[in-house]
Design a protein around this ligand. Structure first.
Ligand code: TPP
Ligand code: MG
Length: 558
């Protein structure tokens, strides 16, 4: 590293030598070089040098009350910024506590880097405190799982971890740092070359997709999370508008076409996917959410567009496949290849629109339901009255969130966060913490089942300590409804499905320094929400909801 300037704070030897830093500082310097501004963590001595490095380099340390939240917050950061999210988990139990969050992020293709503490290499195998080899059990959950073998390796490993997490499909990169290495010093190598930006799918594949689409009379777009990761929203809109294709969105793609766009539909998904002659399946695998391909008609021709090859074999034949990291570029290519043919889909659109209108009309009774405790649909209708167009809504729970998924409208990308296909309860507080830190000027609403609240409710302490004014809303039905109702349906009874009725979670968060509200009757809801948003501190609106409401669910366990 001849000629490298000796930076302030670096320990340089004789003039002209490369500056060297301790391992934690090397980590922080690489994070900073990649634009990482926050490190989510829970303390442990194995991490002290990373903290010291972050402090020196100006990477903000956000400390939480459970490592799962630290990792969920890293994922939440990724979800709302489309940048890499980073957490640091201490050796042994810190890393094991982060496992569910790593599995969630991996399933969501969320780019996160998990930095692990690790017992010293010098004494490896002799039974140091918190000694365990994380790599073998993290590897199946991650794109990369590695241990730094020396301080000198650290910068390169951190660069690799960030690049690996971000490369399509995005996911988890884990690196742990033995105590002795992360506390020793090494030189910082020259800045590596920057990654090339991703490209769209190759022209031949796009041409083939355009051929399949040509002449479609009942086309449909079904787009999911990787549309969002691939920054495809602008191109999606243009494609849909120019070729007149109705659009259905799930996962993180929600909001990639605003909910009030004339081509956006949600209530007619089953009918539209079954009736389509051609379906563009963009950025979403044909997993249980799409009936393993069975949600489409038998004769529907499927065009798959994604950021990378699928992780699982498609469960049914597909007519064309286009893979490239930049989904937007692929969609632009498809539009160009489709040319200026006149769309033939107006009748189809009108038919779906009419059905959509009828279904929404059919929900009116639930939306206006005056019962106390409340019907969840009434709760969501009340919430819609106080939400801004760019509010970020986070769902963590069972039926309460299934209802939310039906009713809460998204108008911009990155405004709806749910746990995704791994379905892990307890994601919400970490997501909400990160979302509000990333967008302090926007409303961040955390929808919680009362069961879900139990996993990470203590994070209200984190929100209060860091002044992160999230508004939580509990659908408090006193049960694990998503399990209780199906079990009763199958067995005629239920076990392990009850919680305490009317628990005062609002008082609990008040004890932690937040603002609490209790809502028993529908007319109390909107004023309570307004007070919560105006409270100037984190708030929780504890809404008693009716446990006898059964969500109309199709089984999706298999
Ligand atoms: C970590 C984890 N444990 C258990 C489950 C199984 N599970 C899914 S939904 C649910 C019930 C959630 O209850 P609550 O949050 O109160 O919402 P409700 O269904 O009552 O609206 C359970 C136990 C899960 N998905 N994740
Ligand atoms: Mg519940």
């Amino acid at each position: 590293m001849e000629g490298t300037e000796i930076l302030p704070g670096a320990d340089a030897g004789a003039a002209g030598e490369a500056p060297s830093f301790h391992g934690g500082r090397l980590i922080a310097r690489r994070l900073k070089a990649h634009g990482v501004s926050k490190l989510f963590t829970l303390s442990g001595g194995h991490l002290f040098s990373i903290y010291d490095g972050c402090r020196e380099e100006g990477v903000e340390i956000v400390d939480v009350r459970h490592e799962s939240t630290a990792a969920f917050a890293a994922e939440g950061w990724a979800k709302v910024t489309r940048e890499v999210g980073v957490c640091a988990l201490t050796a042994g139990p810190g890393v094991t506590n982060g496992i569910s969050a790593m599995a969630s992020a991996q399933a969501n293709h969320s780019p996160i880097v998990v930095l692990g503490g690790r017992a010293p290499a010098l004494r490896w195998g002799q039974g140091s405190l918190q000694e365990i080899d994380h790599v073998p059990f993290v590897r199946p959950l991650a794109k990369l799982a590695a241990t730094a073998e020396s301080a000198a390796e650290i910068p390169g490993l951190v660069d690799d971890a960030i690049a690996t997490a971000l490369a399509p499909h995005g996911g988890v990169a884990f690196v742990d740092f033995p105590l002795d290495h992360v506390f020793s010093e090494a030189a910082e190598p020259v800045e590596p070359e920057h990654e090339r930006s991703p490209e769209g799918a190759d022209a031949g594949a796009v041409e083939r997709a355009a051929e399949v689409l040509a002449g479609a009379e009942r086309p449909v777009i079904m787009a999911g999370t990787d549309l969002y990761w691939g920054h495809g929203e602008r191109a999606l809109r243009e494609l849909a508008e120019r070729l007149r294709i109705p659009v259905f969105l799930n996962g993180l793609a929600r909001g990639c076409l605003p909910a009030d766009h004339e081509l956006f539909l949600s209530r007619t998904r089953g009918q539209a996917l079954k009736g389509a002659d051609v379906a563009l399946v963009i950025g979403v695998p044909m997993d249980f959410r799409l009936g393993f391909g069975g949600s489409f008609g038998e004769d529907t021709e499927i065009v798959v567009i994604d950021r990378a090859e699928p992780e699982r074999v498609h469960p049914r034949a597909v007519a064309a496949e286009c893979y490239g990291g930049a989904v937007g570029a692929t969609l632009e290519g498809l539009l160009a290849a489709a040319g200026s043919r006149a769309p033939a889909s107006e009748r189809w659109i009108a038919e779906l629109r009419a059905a959509e209108g009828e279904r929404r009309e059919g929900e009116r009774a639930e939306v206006e339901d005056g019962r106390a405790p409340l019907h969840p649909m009434r709760l969501y209708a009340g919430l819609a009255k106080v939400l801004d167009r760019d509010a970020i809504v986070i769902g963590d729970g069972g039926d309460f969130v299934s209802y939310a998924g039906r009713v809460v409208d998204s108008y911009e990308p990155g405004c709806w966060l749910d746990p995704g296909p791994f379905g892990c309860l307890g994601t919400g507080p970490g997501y909400a913490l990160a979302a509000k830190l990333a967008h302090p000027e926007r409303q961040v609403v955390l929808m919680l089942g009362d069961g879900a609240f139990g996993f990470a409710g203590m994070e209200y302490d984190t929100l209060v300590r860091h002044g992160v004014n999230v508004v939580g809303v509990i659908g408090n039905n006193g049960i694990w409804a998503l399990e209780k109702h199906p079990m009763e349906f199958l067995y005629g009874y239920s076990v392990a499905a009850d919680l305490r009725p009317e628990t005062r979670y609002d008082q609990m968060v008040e004890a932690l320094g937040a603002h609490g509200e209790l809502v028993r009757r529908p007319e109390e809801l909107v004023p309570a929400l307004e007070r919560a948003f105006a409270a100037g501190r984190p708030a929780l609106v504890n809404v008693l909801t009716d446990p006898s409401v059964v969500y109309p669910r199709k089984s999706n366990l298999a």
